[in-house]
Ligand binder design. Structure first.
Ligand SMILES: [Zn+2]
Length: 148
């Protein structure tokens, strides 16, 4: 386990040296690294360009599957809520990480921690506002359900 976690941290450190944020990740299947990622916000204007997210995308493209249930993620930092979610959508069962969200917040990278805190509040009390505004007529969900 340490070998893969150290690889993720090495990627993160290298990313810092190249002007990026300190996040790296490797995705492992049956003891072999199948994809890697680093935070690419500094090179691509993509808010979803997180290390774990990119590792998942690359693995799914490479393996041509949306099922990564046999994979284990090794991330330098505690995954943010977005990556937490995408790993579950992909079926990943286990994640190891070396540094916590609290440690990230201490160096000024607090968004993940803030979102986790927001998600713990009831919908009405969250700082990020989402408003339900249903329309009349057939919904997309109804069309999906009726098409099955
Ligand atoms: Zn993330």
């Amino acid at each position: 386990m340490d070998e893969f976690l150290m690889k993720a941290v090495d990627l993160a450190k290298q990313n810092v040296d190249e002007g990026g944020h300190p996040f790296g990740a490797v995705l492992v299947k049956e003891g072999t690294i199948i994809s890697e990622g680093v935070n690419e916000l500094h090179v691509k204007h993509d808010a979803s360009g997180h290390a774990e997210m990119l590792a998942v995308r690359r693995a799914q493209m490479e393996l041509e599957t949306d099922d990564l249930s046999e994979c284990v993620m090794y991330a330098s930092g505690e995954p943010c809520p977005m990556c937490f979610a995408v790993m579950q959508y992909a079926g990943i069962q286990k994640v190891y990480f070396a540094e916590t969200s609290e440690e990230a917040a201490r160096v000024g990278l607090s968004k993940g921690k803030e979102i986790y805190e927001d998600l713990q509040r009831s919908k009405e009390l969250r700082t990020f506002r989402m408003e339900h505004h249903p329309l009349s007529g057939e919904t997309a969900m109804e069309r999906f359900y009726n098409k099955r």
